[in-house]
Design a protein around this ligand. Structure first.
Ligand code: TYD
Length: 209
């Protein structure tokens, strides 16, 4: 077992997880006795960022769903061994913007790939590592997509361009995961105001620490 703490943040596109994290990071750093590191998937280290470019390129419309899954998982493996595990070994807290549950929700529920295959491949790539705590920012797909459209600063990626029904399947995939693993995955109602979402998230983290 590693000495640090691994927290993943998850949710459908437009749930606002990145904005919440920005507000909470200084608070976390104040209370946590070791370093608090944030990182993201796909990416986080140079090799995985290169894979990210390929996955999210809006011109790669020919990409097959299994190719997509394998690329996310390749990026995940590299990021985990090169960055995340060493930080945890040093006793630090690592906050990951997306991790294994994204595969299950997007490539499993969203793209319709076999859930057992997705789970097995993830397990293979991560050697069974799972987050200690997962914060699921849940928002309905219409609200999520409207937020993306309203956020001019965010660069549109290939998955954002998917139709509403794909986003709805992704959301349902996340809700099913939260139901299956209630101890690890905590659902937060992300349709509230940013302040309310921040406070709900803080309560969950505080009770966990
Ligand atoms: P990103 O710009 O990081 O979006 P967000 O701010 O919503 O995290 O793009 C990541 C996209 O990749 C996002 O649409 C979710 C998707 N994704 C998967 O489909 N599978 C995965 O395993 C991961 C990690 C992400």
């Amino acid at each position: 077992m590693s000495k640090g703490l691994l927290i993943s943040i998850e949710g459908p596109d437009g749930a606002g997880k990145t904005s919440v994290l920005k507000v909470l990071l200084p608070r976390l750093r104040e209370v946590y006795p070791a370093q608090v590191i944030t990182t993201r998937e796909p990416g986080g280290v140079a090799i995985a960022e290169q894979i990210r470019e390929v996955i999210l390129d809006i011109d790669n419309t020919a990409m097959d769903a299994k190719t997509e899954l394998l690329l996310y998982i390749a990026a995940r493996r590299q990021h985990l061994v090169e960055k995340v595990l060493p930080e945890l070994e040093n006793g630090n807290m690592v906050i990951m913007d997306r991790f294994i549950d994204s595969s299950v929700a997007y490539q499993g529920a969203g793209r319709g790939l076999d859930q057992d295959d997705v789970a097995w491949l993830n397990n293979y790539a991560t050697d069974g590592h799972k987050p200690d705590l997962t914060l699921l920012f849940d928002v309905d797909s219409e609200t999520g997509l409207a937020r993306i459209a309203a956020n001019g600063e965010r660069e549109v990626n290939r998955l954002d361009l998917e139709k509403l029904d794909m986003h709805q399947r992704v959301r349902q995939g996340y809700l099913d995961l939260a139901e299956a693993e209630p101890e690890r995955i905590k659902r937060i109602d992300a349709s509230q105001t940013l302040e309310e979402v921040v406070e709900d998230t803080w309560e969950i983290i505080k009770s966990y620490l």
